[in-house]
Write a protein that binds this ligand. Structure first.
Ligand code: PEP
Ligand code: MN
Length: 448
């Protein structure tokens, strides 16, 4: 069966951003890890991927909104009950607010249970004259700055699988076992919105949701319906040994699915049309995303559509744009316009994080909350002008009170970053900043 799967992918293509594994990609250490992964059961069921695809198709038609959030880089040590619960809670709180003001279903997707590998601008990192391999995520090496920690270890891929399985297990328990009850989520939101630092702006919105919930109950809506939510997992399909080892033939359809997560995306640095990542994405049946940065031309976008979704299957393709607040209003319109005119069905999602990163004079990678919001606002403006659906947002966030992005109602300053900067990679919105974003996006959805 495995040779059948391997034969699906085109051999000999260049795969950007791969680790320098000891022994190389065909060496014994990698092959041993791959053989272990190939024997393990799927993390997700192909039918769930199809369900998600159907929901994305709805969103692409303007009938649902996409919310995707989680760490830039998950780590093994942070896969604790508290950390997972806080992330889930944050995403559920955001989704409740968005859903009410969008008056449409919100598709809830975690950058979770698989987001362990990172593309890097430089292969190496130098500190005080010492040069070591760059940290490429817990899937590859360890963040500590020693030669041992930074040497890629393929056995980490097996740990990615195990940590993803444990994470997903808890996510499924939380989202179906009562924790996600809409009434509970609303209580949390009321607590947030009553914080005097935000004035009455969010409190009014939260009160409105509260009245709607009371109305539904008084009208006889079965409260059991509030208890469970659908929640999907997603990550960047970066380390191809891992993703291919978890690609399986679905017994129902006879087609290949990457069962490491429901939704996978190809990043800005690995989306070369003739590269191995795009070949991989073109061969699996999952719904897939492609990150589009400011250099993307309309021709690029159309070529990606031709490669990844030649049959124009609804829900198959999501474009996640990450232009930067200064460029979104100029760079996005030609792309949306060309794609719309081509008749291709895609979901447009705004990643307001990756085009807005800068380094402080004190050496912290950060983002300004106002830049993040301005990119989202630009995204909504562009879609309004073109008559297309601003389909969703893609956010790097955590449920904890970290200090990694500046601004927001807590007015985190550059000097505050040192207080609790915990990200293994890019700066994330903290719990409060994430909820503020949700309320502000909810206003945009309401006023659209
Ligand atoms: C990311 O999502 O963490 C990332 C690296 O994004 P991009 O590929 O858009 O730079
Ligand atoms: Mn990132």
């Amino acid at each position: 069966m495995q040779s059948k799967i391997d034969s699906i992918f085109t051999p000999g293509l260049v795969a950007a951003q791969q680790p320098q594994w000891p022994g190389g990609p065909d060496g014994e250490p990698v092959q041993r890890a791959v053989a272990q992964l190939q024997k393990l059961p799927p993390l997700v069921f192909a039918g769930e991927c199809d369900n998600l695809k159907a929901r994305i198709a709805e969103a692409a038609e303007g009938r649902a909104f996409w919310l995707q959030g989680g760490d830039c880089a998950e780590t093994f040590v942070a896969a604790t009950a508290d950390s997972i619960r806080n992330r889930i809670k944050t995403i559920l709180q955001m989704a409740a607010v968005l859903q009410y003001f969008a008056s449409m279903p919100v598709i809830k997707v975690g950058r979770m249970a698989g987001q362990f590998a990172k593309p890097r601008s430089n292969n190496d990192e130098t500190r005080d004259g010492v040069t070591l391999p760059a940290y490429r995520g817990d899937a590859v090496n360890d963040l500590a700055f020693t030669l041992e920690a930074r040497t890629p270890d393929p056995q980490r891929l097996v740990q990615v699988y195990n940590t993803s399985a444990a994470t997903l297990n808890l996510v499924r328990a939380f989202t179906t076992g009562g924790f996600a009850d809409l009434r509970q989520v609303h209580e949390w939101n009321k607590g947030f919105a009553s914080d005097p630092r935000f004035g009455a702006r969010y409190e009014q919105l939260a009160n409105e949701i509260g009245r709607a919930l009371e109305f539904m109950v008084s009208a006889g809506v079965d409260p059991e319906a509030f208890k469970t939510v659908d929640f999907y997992s997603s990550h960047e399909a970066l380390i191809l040994e891992y993703e291919k080892a978890l690609t399986r033939i679905d017994s129902r359809t006879g087609l290949p699915y990457d069962v490491s997560g429901h939704f996978v995306w190809v990043g800005e640095r690995t989306r070369q049309l003739d590269g191995a990542h795009m070949d991989f994405a073109s061969k699996i049946q999952n719904p897939i995303g492609i990150k589009l940065g400011p250099k993307t031309t309309p021709e690029d976008a159309l070529a990606m559509i031709a490669k990844l979704n030649p049959k124009n299957e609804p829900g198959r393709l999501t474009f996640i744009t990450r232009m930067g607040s200064g460029q979104i209003r100029d760079k996005l319109p030609p792309l949306v316009d060309a794609v719309t005119k081509s008749g291709a069905k895609v979901l447009w999602v705004c990643d307001p994080m990756h085009g807005n990163t800068y380094e402080t004079s004190t050496g912290y990678k950060t983002r300004k909350f106002d830049d993040v919001m301005d990119e989202v606002r630009g995204f909504f403006e562009v879609h309004k002008k073109l008559g297309t659906h601003p389909g969703g947002v893609h956010i790097e966030l955590t449920g904890d009170d970290v200090t990694e992005c500046v601004g927001g109602g807590e007015q985190i300053s550059e000097a505050d970053l040192a207080g609790r900067y915990e990200s293994a990679c890019d700066p994330r919105l903290n719990h409060t900043q994430s909820l503020e974003l949700a309320f502000l996006v909810a206003e945009m959805l309401r006023d659209r």
